[in-house]
Design a binder for this molecule. Structure first.
Ligand code: GLC
Ligand code: MG
Length: 532
């Protein structure tokens, strides 16, 4: 394939903005669309191709925007539709793309569709949601559990049935077996696509269809008490059903009517299940999000075997992708430490496939401890003893040394860490050895070198805590060697001999050195070597 034949979402990289926390423009302590516009030049400077913005629609905010009460509006907290149109224009002006979050699995319980649906058993929209009679003894229709704790069934006094909610009871699941629901959501997609939005990140894609017979989920024999109560059963019948692929294919059909738009799916599944979301003949999601760098143990052998398995499992014509963090999981720096997070960034940005970065990870931002009385996230509030709050990874972006790191002139909705005066964009941009400067150079290199953004992936056999591979395109070849531990380790590749020059390294004094053969890698060291 010639370089021009690759599409923007294959060559480029995606950056996730959690809009509540990116930039506040009006002093209410919550980020907004005007704020994002103010920071687009930064994203352009960083080398970002596409900005994915978490939900900005009207919402009672039971789940901070993932409970939508109007799919075609903008929450006043974030601004107006004019602000949105301006954001889209400003993004495009800078030759970047805008990806919206689409949450088709469930609405808010305050969405007019649900208000109608729950108003009576014979309302025309009754079947838009999943309503079921109780069992004979009055109990729930089956044993399905909600991700955010407790039963997934909520009793409705008035109409004397239960409705299903995979998340909060304020987030009733739509019935995707109903063609009217399908059409209504495709309308929503067309509304935004017609405006010029470049794609969607589809929330919980693997949840969208549930077993028709509503069979009980099997118990999870490996359940540990510190895990979310949701893990007590295996969601065999409530997620990843065969019929979901028909829905995804229909969504793709909607996208296919437009030029070069991207359909991304949020899917937490093992590799062999994940890749089925590429769909028959690649007519499913363009990018079924690959969360391996988030979910796997940070161990070179585990990661290597999964990378190789993933590479082999991707269907012909399918495009890989990698995600290092998001608004639901602890930040990479908190998981693996600051020094190792640089190595992780290097891995993310040199693997084959579209990388998705989470705002602030490019600064090495850490999870911020949130005192119990300031916890906002319903997942944290509902299961207080399990340490599941997602707030620590959602704190305001750290821009500069001024009060509240330049995020807001008011009281931020979540607190900032004490170290923001050191860990911020302004300070790090000036420091050539900072985390941000490292990321910036890495991104630039990736964007400049076809071998790094579209080249082939060739595994390099090594051992211990080291992970190595080659990326190659036409005549150019890069060897990437990463030490995933804090201890030095000897790199002695088994299937290649090599000679080259270090182009980029976690310790920049190694750069420009000639290098070959067996070498000692320092702890937390990563090398990108251009081969002769
Ligand atoms: C997805 C979102 C998460 C949200 C959930 C329910 O997993 O990423 O933030 O709470 O869906 O919509
Ligand atoms: Mg605001």
């Amino acid at each position: 394939m010639k370089d021009q034949q690759y599409l923007w979402w294959q060559k480029g990289l995606v950056y996730q903005v959690y809009p509540r926390s990116f930039q506040d423009s009006d002093g209410d302590g919550v980020g907004d669309l005007k704020g994002i516009i103010q920071r687009l030049d930064y994203l352009k400077w960083l080398g970002i191709t596409a900005v994915w913005v978490s939900p900005i629609y009207p919402s009672p905010m039971a789940d901070y925007g993932y409970d939508i009460s109007d799919y075609q509006g903008i929450h006043p907290l974030f601004g107006t539709m004019e602000d949105f149109d301006q954001l889209l224009e400003e993004v495009h002006k800078r030759d970047m793309k805008l990806i919206l979050d689409l949450v088709p699995n469930h609405t808010s319980n305050e969405h007019p569709w649900f208000l109608e649906s729950r108003s009576s058993r014979n309302n025309p929209k009754r079947d838009w949601y999943i309503w079921e009679d109780p069992k004979e003894d009055g109990s729930e229709p089956n044993n399905w559990l909600a991700v955010f704790g407790g039963s997934a069934w909520e009793w409705d006094e008035k109409t004397e049935q239960y409705y299903y909610h995979a998340f909060l009871k304020e987030q009733p699941d739509l019935n995707w077996r109903n063609p009217e629901v399908q059409q209504a959501m495709f309308e929503v997609m067309r509304f935004w696509l017609d405006k010029g939005v470049d794609g969607f990140r589809v929330d919980v894609m693997w949840h969208m269809i549930k077993d028709k017979q509503l069979r009980d989920n099997p118990p999870n024999p490996n359940y540990q008490p510190q895990q979310s109560t949701y893990e007590q059963v295996i969601p065999a019948y409530s997620t990843d059903q065969p019929e979901v692929h028909d829905i995804v294919a229909m969504m793709r059909e909607v996208m296919n009517k437009y030029d070069e738009r991207v359909l991304i799916g949020e899917i937490y599944l093992p590799i062999h299940r994940l890749v089925t979301y590429y769909g028959q003949d690649n007519q499913g999601a363009h990018l079924p999000f690959n969360f391996m760098l988030i979910t796997l143990d940070w161990n070179a052998r585990t990661l290597t075997s999964h990378i190789d398995e993933y590479e082999a499992a991707i269907p012909e014509g399918g495009w890989p992708n990698w995600v290092i963090g998001n608004h639901d999981k602890p930040r990479i720096t908190s998981r693996v430490g600051q020094a190792q997070a640089k190595v992780a960034g290097m891995l993310l940005l040199t693997l084959r496939g579209t990388p998705t970065l989470y705002y602030g990870d490019e600064l090495g931002m850490r999870d911020v401890p949130i005192p119990p009385d300031e916890v906002q996230d319903p997942q944290g509030l509902n299961m207080p003893d399990k340490n599941l709050s997602r707030d620590p990874a959602r704190t305001p972006m750290q821009w500069d040394t001024s009060e509240n790191a330049g995020f807001t002139s008011g009281k931020p909705w979540l607190r900032l860490p004490a170290n923001y005066k050191r860990v911020n964009v302004e300070v790090q941009k000036e420091d050539p050895y900072s985390f941000l400067s490292f990321y910036h150079r890495l991104i630039k290199l990736r964007q400049e070198e076809p071998a790094l953004h579209v080249g082939d992936y060739v595994p390099v056999v090594t051992d211990g805590p080291l992970l190595a591979f080659i990326r190659e395109h036409e005549e150019k070849r890069f060897l990437i060697v990463l030490n995933l531990s804090h201890k030095p380790s000897i790199f002695s590749p088994k299937n290649i001999s090599y000679k080259g020059k270090v182009i980029l390294a976690t310790e920049s004094d190694l750069e420009n050195n000639r290098i070959e053969g067996v070498i000692t890698m320092g702890g937390d060291e990563g090398l990108l070597i251009q081969l002769d």
